[in-house]
Design a protein around this ligand. Sequence first.
Ligand code: HEM
Length: 512
Amino acid sequence: MILLLLESAVFALAGFHILYIATKAPFRRDAAEVPGLAIAVVSLGVVAAGIGIWMIVRWPTVRHFAAIGAVALMTLAWWRARPSYGARSKWPPGSLGIGKSLDAINDRTFYLDQAAAHGPVFKMSQFGRPVVCVVGLANARRLLNENADSLIGATLPYNRRLPKGTLRYMALSDHREEAPLFRKTFASLELHAGEQANRAACRVMLDTVVRESAQGNGGVRGREYFASWLLVSLSRIFFGLLPDDPRVAEIEHAFSNLQFDRSGGSRWQRRLEEALVSVTTLMRDVAAEGARSPDYVAAGSALRVILEADPALLDDPSRARNLFLVFRISHGDLTGLVDWLFKLLTDNPEWQSSMRTAGRTTGSPSSAQPSDVGSRIVLETLRMEQSEFLYRRIARPITFSDYALPEGWLLRICVQESHREPNVFPNPQRFDPNRFLARTFGKSEYSPFGADERGCMGARLALFLGRVFVEELCLGYEWQVTRDGPLERGSRHRHHWRPSAASRVILRSLKV
Ligand code: HEM
């Protein structure tokens, strides 16, 4: 009888743990997104649990072995989740437990808290895979630069659709061959040439928000409008397309086929391939028009600059696809940035006034940390949000700060948390663009655009478009947020935090 009671307690404890993990927020969000799959998984779980219960009731021997197995598994999980697990192998401290791993997704201060508890190098796990996390950019840069040969891209599945992979994930030797052409192209973009057109497109977008937010439904969500302006602006900057060119809509359609978050499946692969092929055809089309009328591929556009350097680029799937993927990925990054700019300006209205007093600054950003008000707002927004992490995979064992980092682990450089260092950024949770007036920050202090030779090629473009948005918004409009909600994140560690999807705004023009 006592044995039966003990075994029942073991099964109850195991069941409680399984339920506890299965109902954590990331799984709940996944279930809400794909309810069909969630129902199938839950039904299977219920059937399996039913069969299990029937077996242990029917056969006492099965019950004894199942109870021993459950105790062994729970002990192993507990043992592995201890922060000191692996200390003898010189692994960094920190828990590899699955519960903690899932908490990290929803907890804004998880990485900072772990660094406070265990030091700037600690371990955790992401869906079962161990990850070493580093807070502090000086440390991070040393680790990345001293071990470049032992670190590879922490790839996502879409990477396989390109012969050499995407620039971000390429093997070091391929990257050193391919990256200079792209880096030179983006460095030589003539941003000032299209500035007025970009500003005009931004105002057209904001006027649309004015009209549509006044239609009595409590306002609109800004993010979708910001994304549409960035699509128009980037289509011009990358390919020289004018806002009313129907090919802008084709690019938008291709975007909807590029589901970076999903993995595998023949439908997913087919749609991804379709998108890559269709945009390569579009670029060929633009280039062919350029051949007939040399002015057509707009001077200064990325396509024109890169074709001048490599006329055969569109016949090279690796390069052609990379050009489009840079467009697609940077569109996502910029949309996130602009969404945050809007949120932080809303929360800090004194900076709307400062921007209105200062007026516009024109031309390409004058340096990596320009001091005009609009740029300072962008730099401070990047310090606080949107630049969150860098990922790598450890391909060969690394020794770092007395720790042994095993092959196969992921490396997460915690950029956002590194930007909260109070000795560098006093009162780090405060939105204070004037930090960038008092001094410039070195790369070991402030680094929203990467920390090694794979650093961002579009930093200048991001600062430029960010400033255009801040200036046009503050100088031409005022607004009221009618609804807001808590900050959000998807259900993976590699998703970015973003302002609430529930937020609604009513925008009004300041023009009389
Ligand atoms: C808010 C805006 C942006 C942010 C915060 C951002 C951030 C970053 C970061 C952190 C990296 C390094 C990734 C790593 O080391 O793993 C990176 C790489 C890259 N970024 Fe950006 N980026 C932004 C916009 C852009 C834009 C507008 C472009 C367009 C040209 C661009 C092009 C690239 C490219 C091509 C790489 C890969 C570089 C390489 O592998 O050599 N980014 N970006």
